[in-house]
Design a protein around this ligand. Structure first.
Ligand code: IMP
Ligand code: MG
Length: 187
């Protein structure tokens, strides 16, 4: 069924069951690969909160967690100008840090934060992203834990927003083809 958010129409794209299966697969991989490193998981606000909560429910290895806000969208487009309003909240020296992001598009945000964490002395920075748009990515980035590689269309739901709306949708919706490419997100 279609949903209308402000001026845009969205159509169903990825189901709750598919998301759940991807989350299970990624946590299984993390529980295996990170069991000896007591990783610091960083939830990128706000879009990744649902993904982060579901991941953490299935993580059974020692770890720490923190939350961080970065923004790259100004109004309706990814500006390419990534900013963090505050200093990173935890020491990361010598640690394995896993950034948990909703979606990697241009890659600017993850490139920015990864560089910053390595400068702060992190031993290793891994990236977990529920969605990745390889067709739009401009940076050399490895997504260590990737839920879905998707096409370039704008998506909402499960925490992802269009102009701060649509986060509550339990599954993922994609901008209807006839609705064009004028997109907007606030992280
Ligand atoms: P990047 O720096 O271009 O990789 O931007 C990533 C950020 O842009 C994500 O954390 C989201 O907040 C936002 N974003 C990118 N694509 C979408 C989308 O399709 N829907 C909603 N938000 C998006
Ligand atoms: Mg975001």
């Amino acid at each position: 069924m279609k949903v209308q958010i402000l001026d845009k129409t969205f159509v169903p794209y990825i189901s709750q069951d598919e998301i759940e299966a991807a989350v299970k697969r990624l946590t299984h991989q993390m529980n295996e690969e990170l069991k000896d490193s007591c990783p610091l998981f960083v939830c990128i606000l706000k879009g990744a909160v649902f993904f982060f909560a579901d991941l953490m429910e299935n993580i059974d290895i020692p770890h720490n967690m923190t939350f961080f806000r970065i923004s790259s969208y100004t109004g309706t487009q990814s500006s390419g100008n990534v900013r963090a309003a505050k200093p990173f909240p935890r020491p990361v020296e010598g640690r394995t840090v896993v950034i948990v992001e909703d979606i990697v598009e241009t890659g600017n945000s993850m490139h920015f934060l990864r560089t910053k964490l390595l400068e702060l002395g992190a031993k290793e920075v891994r990236i977990a992203a529920l969605f990745f748009k390889p067709g739009k990515c401009k940076k050399e980035l490895t997504i260590d834990y990737c839920g879905f590689e998707i096409t370039d269309e704008f998506i909402v739901g499960y925490g992802l927003d269009y102009c701060e709306q649509g986060r509550e949708l339990p599954s993922i919706y994609q901008l209807a083809p006839e609705d064009g490419a004028d997109e907007g997100s606030n992280g």
